[in-house]
Design a protein around this ligand. Structure first.
Ligand code: NZQ
Ligand code: ZN
Length: 385
C-alpha cells in the first residue's frame, strides 16, 4: 500500500429530517449566503426546510447556479459577499451548486489577479469562507470532499481544483430528496459514483485488500440498490443505501493508499466543455474506451473486477476482459444512459479535437502509469463512436 494523508472531516447529518438540524452546525452570528441552482428547491419543499432551519440567522440568497457551474455566474456572487459582509456559505443543491459554492468560497478570499487562476494555474487556495451543504442529488461525492469543477463558458473550458480549505464543515443528507429527482439524474448519480470507485480501483494491484473490498462493496451495492431507486424513488431504504454509496465513493476512503486513474473524468470533462453532455453521460462513453485501450496495464485488476463484481469465471484472459467491459456497458445502458458518442450526435472529429486541446493544455500522459498520451486519448474516443 502507498503512503497517504486522509483528511476528511465533514460532519454528515444523515437521514430523515436532518435538514432541520443544520442551524446547530453554523457558527453563531454568521451572515449566510444561501447558494442554490435553477429553482428545483423551490418546487420540492427543500427551500422551505432550509429557510425555516436558518430563520434565526441573517441570510441572503444567490440562485441560478447552472448544471456544470460557470465561472461567469459564480463570480457574480462575490459582489453580494462584499456588500453584505457574508462570512458563511450554505450550498443547497446537487454537485453543480456545491462545486459553485466551493469556488465562490475560495474566490471571495483570493488575493491573486483573478480567481480563474485557481483553476487554470492550480494556484493554491490559502483560505476560503466556511461552507456547509444540504445535498439534493446524490452523485458526485462533493458534499464531503475538497474538489470542485468549474466551467468557463467564454473559453469552453471545464477545469477542477482541490483544496482542504473548501471541504464542507457539514453536509445534511436526507435521502427523501431523491423523490423529486428526474429519472435521468438518478441514473447519472449511480453511474458517476460507480465510475468514481472504478477509477480508484481499476489500476494495478498494490496489496491493498481492504481498499479493494471497500470499492467492491460500493460497486455491488450500487448495482443492487441503484435500479431499485430508479424504479421507485419513494423506496426510502434503497434511496438511503444509494445516497451513502455516492458519498463513500469519493470522500477519500477507497482511494487512500492506492493508485488512481482519473483519465475517464479528464476526457469526459472535455466532452462536456465542448458538447454540453451531462457529466455521467461522458463517463458512460469514456470508461469503456479506457478499459479497452489500457487493458494491458490494467489486466490484473480488470480480471479481479470481472470475477468479483460480475461473476465472470472460467474464461481466458482476453474473453474475461471483453466480458467485463460488456457487462459495464450493459449496466450503464440498463440505467438508460447511452454509451457511444454517436448516440449524442457528436461528430467523429471530436476525437482529434479533444486529444489536441488536452495536448495543448498539457493534460496528457495521465492515468495510473501516465500512459494515456495524446494517441491513447484519440483512440479511446475513436472506439466509442
Ligand atoms: O439547478 P436545480 O434547480 O437545483 O436542478 C438540478 C439540475 O437541473 C436538478 N436537481 C438537483 N436536485 C434535485 C433536482 N431536481 C429535482 N429534485 C432534486 N432533489 O438536477 C440537475 C442536475 O444537477 P447537478 O448538480 O448539475 O448534477 P450533479 O450532482 O450530477 O453534479 C454534476 C456536476 O458535478 C461535477 C460534474 O463535473 C458536474 O459539473 N462533479 C463534481 C465532483 C466533485 N466536486 O467532487 C466530482 C464529480 O466527478 C463531478 O466531476
Ligand atoms: Zn464524477
Amino acid at each position: 500500500m502507498k503512503n497517504f494523508v486522509f483528511y476528511n472531516h465533514t460532519k454528515i447529518l444523515f437521514g430523515k429530517g436532518q435538514i432541520a438540524l443544520i442551524a446547530g452546525e453554523i457558527p453563531e452570528d454568521s451572515k449566510i449566503l444561501l447558494v442554490y441552482g435553477g429553482g428545483s428547491i423551490k418546487n420540492n419543499g427543500i427551500y422551505e426546510q432550509v429557510t425555516d432551519a436558518i430563520s434565526d440567522f441573517e441570510y441572503y440568497e444567490f440562485g441560478g447556479i447552472e448544471p456544470n457551474p460557470s465561472y461567469e455566474k459564480c463570480m457574480k456572487a462575490l459582489e453580494l459577499i462584499e456588500e453584505y459582509e457574508i462570512d458563511f456559505i450554505l450550498a443547497v443543491g446537487g454537485g453543480s451548486v456545491i462545486d459553485g459554492a466551493k469556488f465562490i468560497a475560495a474566490a471571495a478570499l483570493y488575493d491573486g489577479t483573478e480567481p480563474w487562476e485557481i483553476l487554470s494555474h492550480n494556484e493554491e487556495v490559502i483560505e476560503a469562507l466556511p461552507l456547509g451543504v444540504v445535498l439534493t442529488l446524490p452523485a458526485t461525492g462533493t458534499e464531503s470532499n475538497g474538489n470542485s469543477v468549474i466551467s468557463r463558458i467564454e473559453y469552453k473550458e471545464k477545469l477542477a481544483f482541490s483544496s482542504p480549505e473548501v471541504l464542507p464543515l457539514f453536509a445534511a443528507l436526507d435521502p427523501q430528496v431523491i423523490e423529486t429527482l428526474p429519472a435521468k439524474q438518478i441514473s447519472n448519480g449511480i453511474i458517476d459514483a460507480f465510475v468514481h470507485v472504478i477509477e480508484q480501483y481499476l489500476t494495478y494491484p498494490v496489496n491493498a485488500p481492504l481498499q479493494d473490498r471497500f470499492a467492491e462493496s460500493i460497486m455491488l451495492t450500487l448495482i443492487e440498490e441503484g435500479p431499485k431507486v430508479l424504479k421507485d424513488p419513494t423506496n426510502y431504504d434503497a434511496c438511503a443505501n444509494f445516497m451513502w454509496c455516492t458519498t463513500m465513493a469519493l470522500n477519500g476512503l477507497v482511494g487512500s493508499g492506492v493508485p488512481g486513474d482519473w483519465s475517464s473524468h479528464n476526457i469526459g470533462h472535455e466532452i462536456t466543455a465542448l458538447y454540453g453532455l451531462d457529466h455521467a453521460q461522458t463517463l458512460a462513453i469514456v470508461l469503456p474506451g479506457v478499459m479497452k485501450v489500457m487493458k494491458e496495464s490494467k489486466k490484473e485488476k480488470i480480471i479481479q473486477y470481472a470475477e468479483r463484481i460480475w461473476g465472470i469465471k472460467n474464461q481466458n484472459e482476453e474473453e474475461t476482459i471483453k466480458a467485463a467491459i460488456e457487462k459495464t456497458i450493459g449496466f450503464f445502458e440498463l440505467l438508460g444512459v447511452k454509451s457511444r458518442l454517436s448516440d449524442y450526435g457528436i461528430p467523429v472529429t471530436a476525437a482529434d479535437e479533444i486529444a489536441d486541446r488536452m495536448e495543448e493544455r498539457g493534460d496528457i500522459n495521465i492515468g495510473e502509469h501516465k500512459l494515456v498520451g495524446v494517441d491513447e486519448i484519440r483512440k479511446i474516443l475513436e472506439i466509442r463512436f
